[in-house]
Ligand binder design. Structure first.
Ligand SMILES: *Cc1c(COP(=O)(O)O)cnc(C)c1O
Length: 469
């Protein structure tokens, strides 16, 4: 490789390491707006080649001003973004440098074998059936899509319908049953697969947001025909966990397929201390989760696990063109397990994260985040004007600042403006609330203490500016 070819790599390495080293001190928010960023990124399409290092440098400058350290910033508590382990970032760099297509064994035996090992480790770590098949799609939404496609295959095949060939027109109706507080990506998967969202029946939830088993039973008793039941482990706002073992037992009595949305919450299964929260989860038929959230690997990486490998394969790749030879010794061909055809080796950072953390390292990462949320709870409990809205079961806390939604929204805006930490808003039971989500290995107790202080200061400033009558 010439110096000109390696120079952008060296510069990228320098920029990235400086960025990561400065995370603890940089503002948690963008300082540049879209107009300024458009000036940096925009202009006419270059008429001809430019310098690679200039391009890398410009990205560095623009992201320093207009990027937000969402995943790596130790005091970013918005959404459920995850962090990134250094070993996973490094592996992701190598994935780009190798750029070996992870579709077929014969495109890269090394990647195929590493992915196979990562798949087995995931099953072992989460206590899921050893015979299950595993795919690595872009995220949990695509893991839902893969799962519901496998469910659709199996349920309709049992009803004598070849859905891959005939499509859904004229097929027996498949009902989808989910807790009333299910994540919107279940709806997306239902749309993408042609079920339509009108087919989703919401089962009432209790005051903690958990599906009520007796209500599930009542819903199933009122349906006939194939049914997919979607349980949730980890509500995106409250972290609430459906009684998944009971859901499986009831649903299976009615011949339904149980799919689990465990985007971030299913990682609790890796912790011996938290495992009881997901008792019975191994009895489901499919599971969708993200590696890019709580396992702390870079975007984009989801995981789909299916207890019926034949249905899984049938729904994804059931016929091969002549130029796609199958492995001869049962070697892994990733295209059999995900909607992607050509794809990057996104499973390699998963393998690297699991190899470097080990079983206890994953449990520690998950438990530490949960402990940080309880620390937030401790800081905020009893503070005048703060209402805690959920029981902390995992890594999520919801708070509200008094009865006036405007106060809650203004406090969130003040915190975001501080640049010290970042929390997002949501609507909870029809009213404004603030979400606290801890999913990053970098977050320390000191980060929690500093951020809790900012919350209290923002609330005090808001109450001083607009005293309630
Ligand atoms: C994030 C999330 C999803 C969607 O995952 P993506 O990786 O963004 O596709 C689904 N369900 C829950 C509960 C989530 O938190």
């Amino acid at each position: 490789m010439t110096t000109a070819d390696s120079a952008p790599l060296a510069l990228a390495y320098q920029q990235a390491t400086e960025y990561l080293a400065g995370l603890a001190d940089r503002p948690v928010g963008a300082t540049a707006g879209s107009e300024q960023l458009l000036k940096m990124f925009g202009g006419p399409l270059p008429a001809g080649p430019g310098t690679a290092t200039d391009t890398i440098e410009l990205i560095g400058r623009a992201v320093a001003e207009g990027g937000i350290p969402t995943a790596n910033g130790p005091r970013y508590f918005g959404y459920v973004t995850g962090g990134t382990l250094p070993v996973a970032i490094a592996t992701d760099w190598l994935v780009a440098a190798y750029d070996q297509t992870a579709s077929l064994y014969n495109l890269s035996p090394a990647i195929a074998v590493a992915e196979d090992v990562a798949a087995q480790w995931v099953l072992e770590l989460l206590g899921l059936p050893a015979h299950a098949s595993v795919g690595f799609p872009t995220g949990c939404t695509m893991a839902h899509l893969t799962s519901l496609a496998a469910a659709r295959h199996k349920l309709l095949a049992e009803a004598g319908w070849d859905v891959e060939r005939e499509g859904l027109g004229g097929a027996p109706d498949v009902a989808i049953v989910a807790g009333a507080q299910h994540h919107m990506t279940i709806d997306l998967a239902a749309r993408y697969l042609g079920f339509g969202t009108a087919r989703i029946r919401n089962v009432p939830v209790d005051d903690k947001g958990r599906m009520i088993p007796a209500e599930l039973e009542r819903t199933l008793a009122g349906l006939d025909g194939p049914v997919i039941v979607c349980a949730q482990i980890g509500d995106v706002n409250s972290g609430a966990i459906d009684p998944v073992g009971e859901v499986c037992d009831i649903a299976h009595r009615y011949g339904a397929w149980v799919h689990v949305d465990g985007a971030f919450g299913l990682w609790a299964a890796a912790s011996p201390r938290l495992r009881p929260l997901v008792e019975g989860v191994e009895r489901a038929d499919s599971w969708a989760l993200d590696a890019h959230k709580w396992l702390n690997v870079p975007y984009d990486c989801g995981i789909v696990v299916i207890a019926h490998p034949e249905a899984h394969r049938a729904a994804m790749l059931n016929e091969r063109a002549g130029y796609l030879p199958p492995g001869t010794d049962g070697e892994r061909d990733a295209i059999e397990w995900v909607p992607d055809f050509s794809r990057r080796a996104r499973s390699l950072p998963v393998w690297a994260a699991l190899r470097s953390l080990g079983r206890s390292g994953v449990a520690d990462l998950v438990e530490r985040c949960c402990a940080h949320v309880r620390r937030f709870e401790g800081h905020l409990a009893g503070v005048e004007g703060v209402e805690l809205l959920n029981d902390v079961v995992l890594n999520q806390l919801l708070v509200r600042f008094g009865d006036d939604d405007r106060v809650t929204r203004n406090v969130i805006a003040r915190i975001q403006e501080s640049g010290v930490c970042w929390f997002g808003g949501t609507v909870w039971e029809g009213r404004a609330a603030m979400r606290i989500s801890v999913v990053n290995w970098r977050t320390t107790e000191d980060d929690v203490d500093r951020s809790a202080a900012v919350i209290r200061e923002a609330l005090a400033a808001e109450l001083a500016a607009a005293p309630s009558s």
